[in-house]
Design a protein around this ligand. Sequence first.
Ligand code: ZN
Length: 413
Amino acid sequence: MAKSANEDGNEEIRWTLLVQDIHGMCAEIQVPQTFQDSFDWNSCIVKGEGKVYTFSHVKVIQRTNRLRSAGLFSLIQSLWCSHDDNTITSDTGNSQIVTQESGSQDSNSSSPPNFCYVLTVQESSHASLCQDVVFSEGLLLKPCAFRALWDVLHNKDVKRERINTLCKLLYCRIIGPSAVDELHNSSFELFVTDSSLQNATESEGPSDELLGYVKIIGKSNHVLPPDLRQVPRTNYAMTLTAKQLVVTVQASHELVADSYSVIRKAVTQSTTFHEESVQQDILDSLTNIKPVCFPSLTRHSCLGYVYLIEAVVTGVVEETACCWLVCDTCGNPDITVKHGANSQFFCSSCNRAVESPQTRTHLTVLVKVKSFPDAHVKVTLLQSTIDKLLPVSYQDSDQGYDIEAVLGKQPGV
Ligand SMILES: [Zn+2]
């Protein structure tokens, strides 16, 4: 089950259920967001995984195959329980790959199907839980096996395209013009670690091959729990379950979350779709990973990854330095000066007077980095760093700041 926006970025957000009938037939059921709160579909989305339902009046919109829906079929492949797999328990770490391509949607075959129907939910559709039906024969859903990140990156035996992992979040970056807007789609990067990566870094020390973390990238932030989509994001240390991630290149420190991936907050007792129950001791082992350091910046550092910089400010890039005032409620930079009355500024998007406008600053500094002293490094500072570097007095004015104030300082980046 996953939540995603349309591939073409047209903001139709929907839930996707993968279902299998007693004969082994698979289908994708798309539940538009308008139905997510109705009783039938809500219970199906929140706690339906692994249960038996009768679906009625769902409309067939497409018959698809491996070529047209590669993502869907790699999901089916990763969940497919071949007859050989039935003997494998969830935590042996063994992976099986089914190589037969000639399978049909036939319960006697141990290879995954070559076609699949795509259905959609409409007004008259229903989902009813079949309380007493348990079907284990020919069951598609394999028990979920979480893999250690070190294994995923370095074990050549991980051939399966999709993996599940349990990890600790270090940092989350939402990229896109509408990063603040919950309705719109933005891409994201999650920087995560687990004890397997931490133990490896501890014994060998961080190196270029061993960053100590993995980046999970995705085009649609709708696969993330709401905590991570909201701004400001403060809970960086949360534990996550990341399921059905796509491994593209082994050892690349990068995993891909597509529209079939599910990223949830790991908790001991889940109550919503965005949480997943995980045993207390497993949760503890991740929570107890001590605050980890990102690797230091060196000559071999890669573009797009996060590094630790211990540095002294040696100069300011004056051409790009500027500051402006924004609305303290909505962050709108387009506040106008209003004469008369009591208030000086007016926000057109809140449609009210701005009592205490906030200062936003763009500041790029030149720094000398301890771990890489020969390098010329420019750092564009975050507002929170600037607030710490610059004296408070500048913060309620739009008059600028004294450059001398930042020289020689050590920004905590
Ligand atoms: Zn405003």
